[in-house]
Design a binder for this molecule. Structure first.
Ligand code: 5GP
Ligand code: ZN
Length: 109
């Protein structure tokens, strides 16, 4: 269906940092910061525009997973940024919803 679905289905490789029934997390292949992890729902949701009320708990769990990964990567105290790019102007290139966890340096805009 898409490159992230291929990783979820283990058809493409990635260093899996976290996985459960609903989501998976692995490092970004082209990191913008010393810690750059993608947290991805297993359900193929194209973007934030396609989110439904039934996805509310899933999104909450993705943020909690990001928090856990921030602590594991020792950036919880130094700080981090959570980003969901949506659509053309944001620079979204993969049309499968994903949460970026960025940290490990002073982040610019
Ligand atoms: P977007 O711009 O869509 O929010 O971010 C997509 C991110 O996915 C980019 O930062 C890009 O480097 C990353 N990415 C694209 N393809 C792959 C891949 O095959 N494996 C991994 N680990 N990351 C990828
Ligand atoms: Zn997908």
């Amino acid at each position: 269906m898409c490159i992230f679905c291929d990783i979820i289905n283990k058809k493409s490789p990635a260093k899996i940092l976290y996985e459960d029934d609903e989501m998976i997390a692995f490092p970004d292949i082209n990191p913008s910061a010393p810690v750059h992890i993608l947290i991805i729902p297993k359900k193929h949701i194209k973007s934030a525009n396609e989110l439904k009320a039934e996805d509310q708990a899933l999104l909450g769990k993705m943020v909690l997973t990001a928090k856990k990964l921030a602590k594991e990567n020792k950036i919880d105290q130094s700080g981090y940024r959570l980003v969901i790019n949506t659509g053309k102007d944001s620079g979204q290139i993969i049309e499968h919803l994903h949460l970026h966890l960025l940290g490990g340096k002073k982040l610019g805009f």
